[in-house]
Design a protein around this ligand. Sequence first.
Ligand SMILES: Cc1cc2nc3c(=O)[nH]c(=O)nc-3n(C[C@H](O)[C@H](O)[C@H](O)COP(=O)(O)OP(=O)(O)OC[C@H]3O[C@@H](n4cnc5c(N)ncnc54)[C@H](O)[C@@H]3O)c2cc1C
Length: 473
Amino acid sequence: MNKIGIIGGGFTGTMTAVQLITKSTAPFVITIINERETFNKGVAYNPYSDKHILNVITGKMSAYPDNPDHFLDWVMSRHEFQDRDKTLIANSFLPRKLYGEYLTEIWAETIKIAESKGIDVNVIDSFVIDLDVNENSVSLLLENENNLIFDECIIATGNQIPRNPAVINNEFYKSKNYYQNPWLIDSVKNLKNDLPVLLIGNGLTMVDTVIGLLEQGFKGEIFSISPNGFNILPHRHNGLKYNKLTEELTDNLSLFELVRLVNRHIKTVREYGVSAEPVIDSLRPHTQKIWKNFTDSEKELFMSRLRHLWGVARHRIPLHMHDKIQKLQIEGRLHINSGKIIDITESDKFVSVEYFNHHDHKMHTLNVSRIINCTGPETDLMNVEKSFLKNCLIKGILTQDKLKLGITADTETFQVLDPQGRPHTGLFTLGSNLKGELWESTAVNELRGQAEKLADKLKVAKHSQEVKNAETL
Ligand SMILES: Cc1cc2nc3c(=O)[nH]c(=O)nc-3n(C[C@H](O)[C@H](O)[C@H](O)COP(=O)(O)OP(=O)(O)OC[C@H]3O[C@@H](n4cnc5c(N)ncnc54)[C@H](O)[C@@H]3O)c2cc1C
């Protein structure tokens, strides 16, 4: 029987397994390796707070590409939502924990389907520490020292913890007052109020961390430092669809032409008191194609000059969260700075941060009790310590794209490419590992489609292999 292994059981690994099991017409063995606590949920849907909410409305969070209301219908079927207005719920932002429950329930239903089809499902509570590609199989070494061999293996490792920003003295990163992983509750617990806390980064994770700190009763000041210090934007025009820009999109638009086009449309909508959001959102279904058409130097230019602006325009927060963040700023409890951290030193009294402020062009010193890294997932796999992906890069099993955003792969078949650009027949990847290939490959909106497409490809590959085997007999 065919043996399929999936490394990582967050949204992507779970939904790939769900699609494979649902679509399968023959028994096979499927094994998912993921620690128990985050299985089905991954980083995003296993938050430490109920106040950490989805950044996409309920109506757009279905786990299935061909059933857009699946999440909404699941929510409305729950006891606590039965008297609520469906349109309001469809347009609201619900807790990420609830989404984790949704995925766990989908998985429970899938197990029943697997049993009825004679599919053997294994979930292993461990961590993959090495991977090798053999002639007709992929072998994995687990942290618990077990070896596993699969005919086909899918890398669905998702979000890596943030990278440590470069500073003069790296020693601080070993301190107990530094939290590299902002998604763990320990990062916001047990703080005294007499000293401020510094959050590095100014995006969605910064907002979650501020909410987490308040929930834990922190009453001191919170500082954030990021290169641009852009204010995070709210969702203001939910549901407003703008089509005029996409009517003018043509194949092979250069970055320069695209920026000019977008700016022209933003100017037009602003004349009517509408913000740039619907213009940016209208590009969303086209961003992968646009990215693929850019030259290497256009991609580099985008990363160095436009990435942060794009991030602010794309990653917005619900209005009530935005109000809270603004209120904290007005009260002087949250200070959002644009700057670059130069050095961090620590005494027995506080952590001292020297940074260059981009507004007044001067060096400043900030004394804080703790630093939490909210810069977002690391994409350069060479910077991820103790990772089988780093080992695979060193061994020449896989390569990174030029911008070090992910793994080089064929985005039609999801096969990982070797350093010579040849696809590995039995090794696949999807999700944020495809960021270098597709740019937008992170949200449920993209991942659910990839999970389904990969399941179809594996089914086709398996079927054609069976036909080939039958012919040679
Ligand atoms: C905090 C946060 C909030 C988000 N909110 C939203 C949202 O509201 N809406 C939206 O559409 N998108 C959101 N996203 C984007 C999110 O990345 C995707 O929606 C989705 O959850 C990604 O799932 P994934 O399985 O690819 O990655 P992950 O969720 O990161 O899951 C990967 C899993 O693989 C496991 N793993 C990694 N390496 C190994 C290994 N070597 N061995 C075994 N297991 C391993 C990890 O432990 C993890 O459980 C959010 C992302 C983050 C980080």
